[in-house]
Design a protein around this ligand. Structure first.
Ligand SMILES: [Zn+2]
Length: 234
């Protein structure tokens, strides 16, 4: 049997016990404390019956902080192979904790809720919350004209005209707005998949990094330089 693929960027599973820790937020390796099959399926083959876990709950212990978290994996739609469907705890998924000091609470709460939707495999709900995150960013960063627009589409266009953001911001924001509309209006759009919703989360992470986290870091770096100046040099 081949070794399972390890990917330190994705949340840990029973087959790939590495990735971001849901307790301390650091990229870590995990010990499998215990794994329990809640549901087992049996194939009736000509030679012998073969059982396989179809729902598996696994407790993982971070080798860094030693605290424990849970992943639930299940076989979806009778397709062989387990797929992670839920993690606990989910409050700090996707850097929410590290953004807390610099990101306004309305923006952070929408982003956090979208990320928790991804943790329970709810891509349409996640996309709708990422669209709301963009709407909150418009309220925080937009001009009075942009904030007064009746639709998010018009507000983003106004921000492009105002030059409030970098030049590609409008492209990103429109993509998130449009995909978020699809998530919220399943009667008019095809359902989104996890990859589409995860892409939106990545875009939002980059936007938050650029708009809030990096300026805070630069401000902190400037303050450190001033304190290092020789006495009398003002
Ligand atoms: Zn940890």
């Amino acid at each position: 049997m081949s070794q399972p693929q390890r990917n330190p960027d994705t949340l840990p599973t029973s087959g790939d016990p590495s990735g971001p820790c849901l307790r301390c937020g650091r990229t870590s390796n995990f010990n499998v404390v215990n794994s329990w099959a809640m549901l087992t399926l049996t194939n009736v083959s000509p030679s012998r019956p073969v059982s396989r876990p179809a729902e598996l709950v696994t407790v993982l212990q971070c080798q860094g902080c030693t605290r424990q978290s849970v992943v639930v994996e299940a076989e979806i739609g009778d397709q062989y192979g387990l797929k992670a469907v839920m993690w606990w705890p989910s409050d700090d998924i996707a850097d929410v904790q590290s953004f807390a000091a610099t990101v306004p609470s309305d923006v952070l709460e929408a982003y956090s809720e979208g990320s928790r939707c991804l943790a329970v495999q709810a891509p349409n709900a996640a996309a709708a919350m990422f669209r709301t995150t963009i709407a909150q960013i418009v309220q925080d960063k937009g001009s009075d004209d942009a904030k007064a627009k009746p639709t998010l589409n018009a507000a983003i266009i106004q921000m492009e005209q105002d030059g409030t953001m970098w030049s590609e911001f409008g492209d990103w924001a429109h993509h998130i707005r449009h995909t978020g509309n699809a998530g919220a209006h399943g009667e008019a759009f095809d359902p989104l998949d996890m990859e589409q919703a995860t892409d939106l989360q990545t875009f939002i992470q980059h936007i938050i990094e650029f708009l809030y986290v990096q300026p805070a870091r630069r401000a902190a770096a400037r303050a450190a330089t001033r304190r290092a100046a020789p006495p009398g040099d003002v």
